[in-house]
Ligand binder design. Structure first.
Ligand code: NAI
Length: 462
């Protein structure tokens, strides 16, 4: 077969400019490598355009709606009149637009060659875009993910939605069913409820956000119910269809109706039809199999981000991208500890965690080898001021380091940074206990929890 013309010969060709791909490009360029970055859509990928950033903008608008509605509790007179969906979307678009402009400028300033178009892997060291081949000493696959669909449930974008559509709903529906009580399902359920929408969440497993510690799931579920969200766990959606007036969803024991249905049952890796398998890259259930260095079995071919099995999080993608770039440049970076990757669900209340759950810790070290401590946010001044409820739960190895930190409450996502350091540096509670935490902050709750676990409780009872 005739080879397409070879237009370029660089150190790294990266397929996909989402979090994983562009971070790899930036770090590689910084290390003096020549880089071609191929992207069929916009620089920034899912996270920037239809994921982390726009959803968190919507969630901020939701917080303001709740603030207006609940202001009387704080002695402030305000009336909540409603939400202008178009203006909320415009606000989110503004945030995304500014970040996109900044990212585009940054990538340009680092001397990275950006190729617009859909690329396929046509050789172990070759990506072809519209008939032009780009050869690299290394190729990094970073094609990301897309909403997973369920057979028999037809997404039409108006009544049956994925998160891509749910971001731009205008007008807002008056009722919604959310299929899947994972991270996406809980974030949309939360923000829609704040916008005044009647929400039902249907989750097949016995609890919301199932990978989280059971205590976090229970607290979120309680809070959601208190907020008037109809949470149905242990209920599998068997079928769903659009009707003239909305949607009809059948679960094991009920038929539910609403204006719209959001399908949030996970994200599928985008690896089909891209030439990966043909070039010898091993795929398993559509994911690219890699070793702990993010290397595929094919020499010089790496994979990062959502196509690699594990947590599908932007910050994991960034880190993997940087990690691969450094290896290509001949450095010996430390492998990424998946358990040390922080996780935040930005619902109201927020759920955040790092490390392992109590259940996992007990499975690994035995019930006698693990100690836990739960510090209730009721004892934290700042949380009282905010009128939020929740907790800090610590899991430690007896006489050993902190193995897991689990947080629930408004704004606790911002505390995950310290929690991550504690976990990442394998700190013992006794190491954290002497650190001074600013008063009054929610951070203090972390400090208090470690004091208590180190046997020196300050504001808790022995
Ligand atoms: P997910 O895997 O977190 O949750 C999907 C849920 O749907 C599961 O709990 C599953 O049991 C349930 N489910 C599947 N089929 C069902 C059925 N037929 N009936 C009822 N329930 C069913 O996936 P999700 O929420 O779509 O998120 C996708 C990815 O995006 C995740 O990896 C997530 O971590 C990431 N993400 C992260 C965010 C963050 O870090 N804040 C925000 C949004 C997404």
């Amino acid at each position: 077969m005739a080879q397409p013309p070879v237009d370029s010969d660089v150190d790294v060709v990266i397929l996909g400019a989402g979090s994983g791909g562009y971070a790899c490009a930036l770090r590689a360029a910084q290390l003096g490598l020549s880089v071609v970055l191929v992207e069929q859509d916009k620089l920034g990928g899912t996270c920037l355009h239809v994921g982390c950033i726009p959803t968190k903008a919507l969630l901020h608008a939701a917080e303001l709606a709740d603030g207006a509605r609940e202001s009387e509790q704080f002695g402030v007179r305000a009336t909540f009149e409603g939400v202008d969906a178009d203006r909320v979307v415009a606000y989110a678009d503004g945030v995304v637009g500014r970040l996109h402009k900044g990212l585009t400028g940054l990538i340009g300033s680092r001397g990275i060659t950006v190729v617009s178009g859909a690329g396929t892997l046509t050789g172990p060291h070759e990506v072809t875009v519209d008939g032009t081949a780009y050869r690299g000493r290394n190729v990094v696959l970073a094609t990301g993910s897309e909403p997973r669909l369920l057979p028999g449930i037809e997404v039409d974008g108006t009544r049956i939605l994925t998160s891509d559509h749910a971001l731009r709903l205008d007008p807002l529906p008056s009722s919604a069913i959310v299929l899947g009580g994972g991270v996406i399902g809980c974030e949309f359920a939360s923000l829609w409820r704040s916008f005044g929408i009647e929400v039902t969440v249907v989750e097949a497993l016995p609890r919301l956000v199932p990978p989280e510690d059971a205590a976090s799931s229970a607290a979120l579920q309680r809070a959601f119910r208190k907020r008037g969200i109809d949470v149905r766990t242990g209920a599998t959606v068997e079928s769903a269809k659009a009707t003239d007036t909305g949607v009809e969803v059948v679960t094991g024991d009920a038929t539910l109706t609403a204006d719209v249905l959001l399908v949030a049952v996970g994200r599928a890796p985008r690896t089909e039809g891209l030439g990966y398998a043909e070039q010898g890259v091993t795929l398993e259930r559509g994911f690219v199999v890699v070793d702990e260095r993010c290397a595929t079995g094919v020499d010089g071919v790496w994979a990062v981000g959502d196509i690699v099995p594990g947590l599908q999080l932007a910050h994991r993608g960034f880190q993997q991208g940087i990690y691969v770039a450094e290896q290509i440049a001949g450095l010996v970076p430390r492998p990424i500890d998946e358990r040390g990757i922080p996780r935040v669900t930005y619902s109201r209340p927020e759920v955040a965690s790092v490390g392992i759950t109590e259940e996992q810790a007990v499975a690994e070290h035995g019930a006698d080898g693990v100690r836990t401590l739960t510090y209730d946010l009721a004892g934290n001044g700042r949380s009282q001021i905010l009128k939020t409820q929740g907790f800090v739960k610590l899991v430690r190895k007896v006489d050993g380091p902190v193995l897991g930190i689990h947080l629930v409450g408004d704004r606790v996502g911002e505390l995950i940074g310290e929690a991550q350091l504690i976990y990442g540096w394998e700190a013992h509670p006794e190491d954290v206990a002497p650190l001074v935490h600013a008063h009054p902050t929610q951070n203090e709750a972390l400090g208090e929890a470690h004091l208590a676990l180190a046997g020196k409780p300050l504001h808790t009872h022995d």
